[in-house]
Design a binder for this molecule. Structure first.
Ligand SMILES: CC(C)(COP(=O)(O)OP(=O)(O)OC[C@H]1O[C@@H](n2cnc3c(N)ncnc32)[C@H](O)[C@@H]1OP(=O)(O)O)[C@@H](O)C(=O)NCCC(=O)NCCS
Length: 300
């Protein structure tokens, strides 16, 4: 990558600034203003991922003009653990765009990943052209859809969890630490902070606790008899029949938003409709053994 110019007049560069709550709040504000998302609640839910390494340019008043954060996001792809990093919170405020600030932050984040020895880097973007020059490639994603398994009514026993309540948060955090990847084809190994904040970003997400299986199920139901299964967090992954049987719903159709290789169920793979793309930068070409997507609860 050739080094092009950067105009950072009036700005100060800081990295690793999450320990400073005023600087953290400046990132919360930047993401609110740029993407209309509020990651503020994360601070009451165990905080940002401890591996996070934010890179930012701040103005004299402490306003964050430009940011890109990297963090460790170990993955499983095709049965193999991958020591991956992820990029997130990439944004430049409009008055500071076009000055090379984002290019500068991208180069700094890439250098940090290089230093740390990550095998791959992943990111979500609606502007893939921005990352192609750095060797990132789009991964095609698929969800699965099919008939709900038939289950006896008597099984229903799941309890709803509220991640904003201390006892429920503690239980969820504990199971997130010891979880098994929800799929062997493509899944995160842990990414607890992302799971927790994603329970807050979409008000439709429900978390149900299956006591016997000691597993938390993230799911949605936007239409009658149509369940969307978003993620399963547990030391082992129960079958879809067990999961549906435990939820207090009538289900005819199930969409599974990850590869269902551990669910003892088969659905039809269908390309994911989304305005954002998952991109990966890795040596060699990555192709999934089966159609797959990352659970939306791992969105970052
Ligand atoms: C996209 C964004 C981060 C670019 O920030 P910026 O500081 O203006 O970018 P830079 O001046 O550093 O330019 C970096 C490179 O990106 C290119 N670029 C800028 N905006 C682009 C866009 N919308 N699409 C594709 N490429 C773009 C520039 O041409 C430049 O290319 P070069 O390195 O070959 O010269 C900024 O416009 C923004 O925050 N947009 C809204 C949020 C967003 O889209 N974030 C990224 C999502 S992952």
């Amino acid at each position: 990558m050739t080094s092009k110019g950067i105009d950072h007049s009036g700005l100060t560069f800081r990295r690793d600034y999450f320990g400073d709550l005023k600087a953290w709040q400046a990132l919360v504000d930047l993401l609110k203003d740029t993407f209309a998302i509020d990651i503020g609640p994360l601070q009451q839910m165990g905080g940002p991922d401890p591996s996070s390494m934010p890179f930012g340019w701040f103005d004299g008043d402490g306003l964050l003009a430009a940011n890109l954060s990297a963090f460790a996001m170990p993955l499983v792809i095709n049965g193999r653990p991958l020591n991956a990093a992820a990029f997130q919170s990439g944004a430049v405020r409009p008055p500071w765009r076009g000055r090379g600030l984002y290019r500068d932050l991208t180069q700094k984040a890439l250098a940090w990943c290089e230093e740390k020895g990550f095998e791959a880097i992943v990111l979500y973007t609606d502007k893939p052209a921005l990352y192609g020059p750095y060797g990132f490639r789009v991964l095609p994603l698929h969800a699965y859809s099919g008939k709900a398994p038939t289950v006896p009514k008597a099984q229903r026993s799941a309890r709803r969890l509220n991640p904003r309540e201390t006892a429920d948060l503690e239980m969820l955090s504990a199971v997130l630490k010891t979880r098994q990847p929800v799929s062997d084809v493509l899944a995160v190994c842990e990414s607890a902070a992302m799971f927790l904040i994603n329970t807050q970003l979409d008000p439709g997400v429900r978390i149900s606790w299956l006591e016997r299986e000691r597993a938390a199920v993230a799911w949605k139901m936007d239409a009658p008899r149509h369940v969307m299964l978003l993620d399963v967090v547990g030391g082992s992954i129960p079958s879809l029949a067990t999961i549906i049987g435990a939820l207090d719903v009538e289900a005819e159709i199930v969409d599974v938003l990850f590869c269902p290789d551990k669910l003892d169920w088969s659905g039809q793979a269908k390309p994911l409709e989304s305005h954002t793309r998952l991109m990966i930068r890795a040596p060699g070409t990555i192709a999934f053994d089966r159609p797959a997507m990352l659970s939306p609860m791992a969105d970052f």
